[in-house]
Design a protein around this ligand. Structure first.
Ligand SMILES: [Mn+2]
Length: 327
């Protein structure tokens, strides 16, 4: 008789994760981050003997290397070395290139929609076959992820929205069939999908004019999705906006119901909010890993170990290359 003290590596592999924030075409910075987390590049791409990466979406747009980013993430996911959920930028790109049965595109091919996906669009033009391959692959990725110990979503976790998506889209991916349905209906299911991929916004009343950091008029702004807004100021509910907001209590008639994300629920990891140096653990079970790499910030990862969320588990890297000014 002898006892085994050898750790169960399979068990370990499923429990130790690095949750990686928004990438936005910054492939070189992603490589730098993976290396700093101890991942090494082998034939199948980046891997770690004891850890698994979890990507929170927004692989595309803004940065210079969309195909290269997709290649890194895809290889890791396909080799079982990573999980990945979709972000709103993937939704925009996928719906731009997906047609209804009548041949029309889900997302109209106009200047505004094209501008929104400019960097992907320009790169995708250069290799149509590659574009098709990656769009097909993106459509296999889930919209949200529930692991034993935590949840992952690009922008907002909302029990009702998740329950509706689970019921109506049990495959939990953007199949053409599902996309065509939600884009033509534009109903509750569409709203649920947008809520988890784009988060909640507060629409300003008509007589209140908001101006963002660029001086542009804003009709709505991003708000915290995890607590009710009653009794809070416009500023207090704001999340990741680069402009200031009225610092007085929101009038009751403008309030709407946002359910509290319970303090005793599993932690939620998300990206999307471009929090720069404010990214990381924002409440005991909420962690935003978007350090705003595309807009002067950093790329982040949270090194998950079981137990309490801890800001010391955040790893961040600066942008790997200087931006060239292209007008
Ligand atoms: Mn996003």
């Amino acid at each position: 008789m002898f006892l085994y003290f050898w750790p169960d590596f399979n068990q370990l592999k499923n429990k130790v994760y690095d949750i990686i924030g928004d990438i936005h075409g910054e492939a070189e910075t992603l490589r730098k981050l993976l290396v700093s987390l101890g991942y090494t590049k082998k034939g199948e791409g980046y891997s770690h003997s004891e850890r698994k990466a979890v990507f929170v979406g927004d692989f595309l747009d803004r940065g210079p290397d969309n195909f290269a980013t997709l290649e890194i993430v895809e290889r890791m996911v396909n080799a079982g070395n990573a999980y990945a959920v979709l972000g709103n930028h993937e939704l925009n790109v996928i719906s731009y290139y997906t047609k209804y049965e009548n041949g029309e595109y889900l997302r109209e091919h106009n200047a505004k929609n094209r501008a929104g996906i400019k960097s992907s669009y320009e790169e995708f033009k250069t290799d149509k076959a590659k574009r098709k391959y990656y769009l097909k692959w993106l459509r296999t990725l889930p919209l949200f992820l529930e692991l034993d110990e935590f949840r992952v979503v690009h922008a907002a976790w909302d029990d009702k929205a998740v329950a509706l998506l689970k019921k109506e889209n049990p495959e939990n991916r953007l199949s053409k069939k599902f996309l065509r349905r939600v884009f033509s209906e534009r109903g509750e299911l569409f709203k649920a999908m947008l809520l988890i991929l784009k988060g909640r916004e507060f629409k300003m009343p008509e007589d209140m004019i908001l101006k963002d950091g660029h001086g542009f008029k804003r009709m709505a702004y991003r708000i915290k999705w995890w607590e009710p807004i009653n009794g809070q100021t416009f500023e207090e509910i704001s999340l990741g906006n680069k402009f200031s907001l009225p610092n007085y209590t929101i009038p009751q008639e403008l309030c709407f119901d946002i359910p509290l994300y319970p303090f005793n629920e599993k932690p939620v990891f998300f990206g999307h909010y471009c929090l720069n140096d404010k990214a990381g653990v924002i409440r005991e079970n909420l962690c935003c890993v978007d350090g705003c790499i595309a807009d002067g910030g950093v790329m982040l990862a949270y090194r998950w170990e079981s137990g309490k969320l801890d800001q010391n588990n955040i790893v961040q890297v600066e942008k790997a290359r200087l931006e060239t000014m292209v007008e």
